[in-house]
Write a protein of this length. Structure first.
Length: 422
């Protein structure tokens, strides 16, 4: 098959969506499918491992690491004419994703959407989304449903002016956007449940993304790794946080736990915070809590270095409640690092309690579990070994095989899958 992947997040950007797209492209190539990618340019191009990549001009939105990429509809049409995809798989609902959705709707190309991000949960952290959701909705349905679009956006506007909650209106808009696609994939049962609640007619297919396996480091990357290692903590009691430094990731909960629970119980404990974002805000928070000596900020990290920085750490601390999967949990597991997560909706799927880590459900239990694993190396090693075994068994090729089955069912509904699960 020929598959065009479209995403508004792509390496060298460091987030779960970018990782998922790179992993899927690599896995599809392993199965012999032809792959092309359209994504925004956000830095020096990364090696594409044999598939064409069109990096569109883009600019930073000031909302996390998200970028606004743009190419003209004619250019997009030309790229599709050149590649001739059987399926267009869209991974984001940003400018490029929605442009692809509109074009496919007009031309009849089959589309698959992976619903990677809980957009409703992100609205408070990224206020621009409160404007973008209506734009996604209008962009997806216009010009065919102009009357419906005007009514829905009008009601939402009146609610906003009256100071009422606009979330129900945004849910209605996102439900209509999800219905534009022929198939929808989600990375976890948690996300499937949320999407079905929002759009009862939607029947998402649950397929978790697999982390990318990076090869040998290039000399420049190896030198950068050496420099970064000098800026972070090492030792037998090191926790790691990996992700954006922004409010929706709940990093303040982790810093509070370090101050009130972890350091009083394990004075030698240290925390490495790996990722870019509002670093100064969290540096000031660490200073106010009196734990600056125990917290190191690595800053933004290229994707191929993350596993190297995770490897010496003992536990991954994951306080976010907005993850649809939490790709970094699997990345840490590949290094034998167990995770403590706050979100119990990830339990049993991403984290198996007392087998690969802990899903705690409360801030107090979150801190307690971090202390427990720092204090008991035997438990930590057991959980880390189990986590590594589980993560190693789920490869990009297996991920791609399951996604390819969705493509097959969409294109050839009466035929058996061409690429069975390995």
């Amino acid at each position: 098959m020929r598959i065009l992947l479209v995403s508004d997040n792509y390496p060298p950007n460091r987030d779960g969506v970018a990782t998922s797209v790179a992993s899927l492209a690599a896995g599809l190539r392993e199965w012999g499918h032809e792959v092309a990618v359209i994504a925004p340019r956000s830095g020096p191009p990364v090696p594409t491992r044999g598939y064409p990549t069109y990096l569109a001009p883009s600019f930073a939105t000031g909302q996390g690491g998200f970028r606004f990429g743009w190419i003209s509809p004619k250019t997009f049409e030309r790229l599709i004419e050149i590649f001739k995809p059987d399926v267009v798989h869209i991974h984001t609902l940003g400018s490029l994703g929605m442009l692809a959705a509109r074009l496919c709707r007009r031309t009849g190309l089959k589309t698959v959407l992976t619903w990677h991000t809980d957009l409703l949960a992100y609205r408070d952290a990224y206020p621009l989304l409160k404007l973008c959701i209506p734009i996604m909705y209008a962009g997806g349905l216009l010009p065919d449903d102009a009357g419906r679009v005007a009514k829905v956006i009008g009601r939402a506007s009146l609610a906003a002016l009256a100071g009422d909650d606009v979330a129900p209106h945004h849910r209605q808009m996102l439900s209509a956007v999800a219905a534009l696609f022929d198939r929808v994939i989600v990375p976890s049962p948690k996300t499937a449940s949320a999407l079905r609640d929002m759009s009862p007619s939607c029947a998402p297919c649950v397929i978790p993304s697999a982390p990318v396996r990076h090869g040998k480091l290039a000399p420049d990357s190896a030198r950068l790794l050496q420099e970064m290692r000098l800026s972070i903590h090492s030792g037998d009691s090191v926790l790691a946080y990996v992700g954006r430094l922004s409010s929706e990731k709940n990093l303040d909960v982790l810093l509070q736990a370090m101050a009130s629970q972890v350091l009083p119980a394990v004075p030698a404990a240290r925390l490495n915070i790996i990722g870019g974002g509002q670093q100064r805000k969290y540096e000031r928070m660490a200073e106010a809590l009196g734990i600056s000596h125990a917290v190191a900020f690595a800053g933004p990290v290229p994707p191929e270095l993350v596993n190297h920085l995770l490897n010496p750490c003992k536990v991954l601390a994951h306080p976010s409640l907005t993850e649809t999967q939490g790709m970094v949990i699997a990345e840490a597991a590949l290094e034998g690092v167990p995770a403590v997560v706050l979100d119990t909706e990830l339990e049993g799927f991403v984290v198996k309690n007392d087998r690969t880590g802990y899903a705690t459900g409360s801030e107090t239990h979150f801190g307690d579990a971090l202390v427990r694993l720092l204090e008991c190396s035997e438990t930590r090693d057991r959980l880390g070994s189990n986590a590594k075994r589980q993560a190693t068994e789920y490869t990009p090729a297996q991920y791609a095989s399951r996604v390819a089955d969705v493509y097959d069912e969409l294109l050839f509904p009466h035929d058996a899958p061409s690429a069975p699960h390995p």
